[in-house]
Design a protein around this ligand. Structure first.
Ligand code: 5AD
Ligand code: SF4
Ligand code: FES
Length: 368
């Protein structure tokens, strides 16, 4: 059977796995056709607005040992930190001063009582000092249902937990195979987040060693099957202090990883026209205009860093993170200009909720 790109692009995003693999294999002008179609769909079903989440990297202490991440517990070359209450509040105030409508609190994974209580307290505090103006996204790893519920009740309304790789075999090639890194538990955490009522986000890394186009096609089908409201996917960037570094020569080069990332974003935009999709900072690490490229093929969220400068370097999930030495107002101006050059606009003073979610949960739209 001859596959025709134009026919597939007319299918309203209902793609078979074979068609997904075909789309992810496009190059040159055919690839560009796919990216253009995704922009068209985004502008039709959403808009040209980019939603911001001011990123607060709360702590780089982590109980886990993921084989790709610089913060893994076995990496002794990291100086571990945890922000104080005052520092978090300072970041939240910077978000407000910069008119960012939302913050995202991210951290290495911890489940101890002290951590759970501290986060709950900080959520309430941010809500209080911002007069409920700031939306809060959490990205704090796997937790019990009770903890998810507690943080939701405290005022957080979005949660990101990437599945990292939806294929179980691949999952265990990039995580140690033990109780702390259980694939089943990760899935049940995503289900619990959905059940709790969060706008739930997941995602994967792209260009991992051993990852095939079939795996990536399955990742896209996984997002669709879970009916998530948000997706964050970005290129894998090998970190020298991690076990996966040894496979760095097996992975696609930077330019190919960038192209694959753009194709993943574009195809998903066709499949799920109204979800929120982040253009990961990792895009900018492998391509100077990587974040813009992702926005013009379907992404609609950017997460500028708000963390105190002295901690940023220590939050080294992957090397050469963008904007490590830039102040929030520098990033704000820079992003403004960058978005205008691609005919996009930043949405200020707005939570920037996922339209896919508010449509299916009208009762929760604008409630918090
Ligand atoms: N390259 C790219 N992304 C990474 N992450 C962790 N390590 C890396 C890496 N080496 C991503 C994971 C995690 C998110 C916080 O950062 O997907 O969910
Ligand atoms: Fe910890 Fe997250 Fe890094 Fe895994 S990816 S080691 S859970 S910070
Ligand atoms: Fe940070 Fe450009 S976005 S300096």
């Amino acid at each position: 059977m001859k596959t025709d790109l134009n026919d597939i692009l007319q299918k309203n995003g209902n793609f078979s796995k074979e068609e997904l693999v075909f789309l992810l294999s496009l190059q040159g002008s055919d690839m560009q056709k796919l990216l253009d179609k995704a922009l068209e769909v985004k502008l039709k079903y959403l808009d040209n607005k980019v939603r911001l989440r001011g990123l607060i990297e709360y702590s780089n202490k982590c109980r886990k040992n993921c084989l790709y991440c610089g913060l893994r517990s076995s990496n002794t070359s990291v100086k571990r930190y945890e922000l104080s209450e005052d520092e978090v509040i300072e970041c939240a105030k910077m978000a407000m001063d910069s008119h960012y409508g939302s913050i995202a609190i991210q951290s290495g994974e911890r489940q101890d009582k002290e951590f759970v209580e501290k986060i709950e307290y900080l959520i309430k505090k941010v809500k209080q000092i911002s007069n409920n103006k700031l939306g809060i996204t959490l990205s704090l790893g796997e937790q019990s249902f009770e903890t998810y519920k507690r943080w939701f009740d405290a005022g957080a309304h979005r949660y990101l937990l990437r599945i990292e790789a939806s294929n179980k075999n691949l999952y265990y090639k990039i995580h140690p195979e033990n109780e702390l890194h259980s694939y089943e538990n990760r899935i049940s955490c995503i289900d619990n987040l959905l059940k709790t009522g969060y706008q739930t986000g997941t995602g994967v890394m792209i260009g991992l060693p051993f990852q095939t186009k079939e795996d990536l096609a399955d990742d896209l089908l996984f997002f669709k099957a879970k009916n998530v409201a948000m997706v964050g996917m970005g290129p894998f960037i090998p970190h020298p202090d991690t076990p996966l570094w040894q496979y760095k020569d097996l992975i696609p080069d930077k330019r190919e990883r960038m192209r694959l990332t753009l194709k993943m974003i574009a195809v998903l935009r066709l499949m799920m026209p109204q979800i929120n999709m982040v253009s990961a900072t990792a895009n900018q690490t492998i391509d100077e205009s990587g974040r813009e490229k992702a926005v013009v093929c379907g992404a609609n969220v950017i997460m500028p860093n708000l963390s105190p400068e002295e901690n940023r370097e220590e939050y080294s999930i992957y090397p050469d993170k963008a904007c490590v030495h830039d102040k929030p107002d520098q990033c704000r101006n820079c992003l403004d200009i960058r978005m205008h050059t691609i005919d996009h606009e930043i949405l200020y003073d707005d939570w920037g909720d996922s339209l896919a979610f508010t449509k299916t949960h009208p009762e929760q739209a604008g409630l918090k």
